[in-house]
Ligand binder design. Structure first.
Ligand code: B1M
Length: 210
């Protein structure tokens, strides 16, 4: 099955093979969302397990991440862009100290597919930068991603910075990333948690429609 092959080639860090297979899968009429979920994200989660168990190491993970990024870029034009006619602005980034951005980039892609304008702040983003950008760009939503238990705690600093800047009631703060949970989001005073990119896009759109 071609989706399995995509997952395997991604795990081996073969970006070109992944791109060829993604193209072939699209030609075979497999929906882009399915290729993303059951091919690319599945492959990345296998790498995640192996990384956790120290059977692969940072270089392998970087190669897989590169294949993931290039594969998902190919899917972007094929992901159903909803003519929601809704333009709402989100500023999105990975929190200070964290350079994981695969998930954040998928969230950005899904939000853009919903017609949202995403200001991508990148990785290692200071709490003040989220708030400053939201204020200057009149963003309705601040989106924060974290993949480390050591960096997710800094998400609360964004909430506090928004309060200090006097903009807390004008902006919705949503959080996510593998270690982040609903309870954690509630504890730090965020407005929403989403476990995956598609849900994150729906939540952000709903906030912009409010
Ligand atoms: Co790192 N890393 N990593 N890593 N890495 C993890 C996260 C880890 C769990 C692996 C492990 O178990 N050892 C572990 C964290 C342990 C912990 O704190 N709990 C870890 C570690 C320790 C590290 C380093 C410290 C390793 C080292 O150098 N010693 C180091 C830290 C660097 C830093 O950030 N300061 C490090 C480095 C790296 C790489 C740079 C090599 C690479 C990142 C490449 C890149 O992102 N450009 C990397 C990777 C790839 C991983 C794993 C293997 C995969 C993460 C990933 O991309 N998953 C990861 C293992 C794992 O998670 N099992 C691991 C795929 C991605 C699609 O999932 O990001 O969860 P995810 O996103 C999902 C959802 O979370 C959600 O939607 C996405 C798609 O559905 N979502 C949101 C994400 N953000 C959201 C925001 C939202 C809403 C939903 O609202 C705004």
């Amino acid at each position: 099955m071609i989706l399995n092959e995509i997952s395997l080639q991604l795990q081996s860090g073969k970006a070109n093979a992944v791109k060829e297979l993604v193209c072939k899968a699209l030609e075979e009429g497999i929906p882009a969302e399915t290729i993303l979920k059951d091919g690319l994200i599945r492959g990345m989660s296998v790498i995640g397990e192996k990384f956790k168990n120290n059977t692969v190491f940072v270089p392998d993970v970087m190669m897989a991440a590169r294949a993931m990024t290039q594969g998902s870029e190919m899917l972007k034009p094929h992901l159903s862009v909803e003519e929601s006619g809704m333009t709402g602005k989100v500023c999105l980034g990975s929190i200070k100290g964290d350079i994981h951005d695969i998930g954040k980039n998928l969230v950005k892609m899904m939000m853009e597919c919903k017609g949202l304008e995403v200001i991508d702040l990148g990785v290692d983003v200071a709490p003040e930068t989220f708030v400053e950008t939201a204020r200057k760009e009149n963003c309705r939503v601040i989106g924060i991603s974290a993949l480390l238990t050591t960096t997710m705690v800094t998400m609360e600093e964004v909430v506090k910075a928004a309060e200090r800047a006097g903009v807390r009631d004008q902006v919705k703060i949503m959080v996510g990333g593998a270690p982040v949970t609903e309870d954690f989001a509630h504890k730090i005073g965020a407005d929403a948690f989403s476990s995956d990119a598609a849900t994150a896009a729906e939540v952000a759109l709903a906030f912009c429609k409010e």
